[in-house]
Design a protein around this ligand. Sequence first.
Ligand code: UDP
Length: 238
Amino acid sequence: MTTPAYKRVLLKLSGEALMGDDAYGINRATIERMVADVAEISKLGVELAIVIGGGNIFRGVAPGAQGMDRATADYMGMLATVMNSLALADAMRQAGLTARVMSAIGIEQVVEPYVRPKALQYLEEGKIVVFAAGTGNPFFTTDTAAALRGSEIGAQIVLKATKVDGVYTADPKKDPAATRYQSISFDEAIAKHLQVMDATAFALCRDQKLPIKVFSIVKPGALKSVVMGADEGTLVHV
Ligand code: UDP
């Protein structure tokens, strides 16, 4: 296998993936390792857009946010994704990659706004586009932003990076007999109550016939294997 299996992909990283072994925030070595993985697939000529969550930062402020109005807390969460997007784009720049951050919430002095044709132009130019601030709406998640932006940019697949290397028959931490699905259909995942993405994100991918690959971000080289079409993680297909 020498050619990538996909021309354009949407990578969803959870904010917590940036923490490494820390309790919250951004772990430098972890973000640099992640960027090295991203650089590998960018070099293959794969057009790459990234949606990053905010859990790592929001976790640090969560105790103080208790009892807050949900929408206000969600806006804080979206702003946390902006911070992560800026950190990621900066780390990519330091690694010699060209990245652009686009925000779903208007904060022009910091980040340019999300404009779909502009995002498509950047991707065609080989720039990595980081979509910040989720969908821009409270009551949603960055998984849904990944499904939405992935659909908008015509990505061939959503690559959902998690700490586990795929979707399992049961929770592998609790059940040692649990086995990983190599692939599973959307319908089967629903019937078996398997949690792949949140329900809104999952429904959108299913409607748009946008496959999802769940893989481990912790395993070195896994992102490249996925992009090369190897049997890595779990493919959720139509
Ligand atoms: N969020 C939101 N709307 C969106 C995306 C995110 O309100 O479209 C908020 C929500 O509060 C969420 C937080 O931002 O909890 C961080 O996003 P998420 O939980 O998806 O991050 P992750 O768990 O992947 O780090």
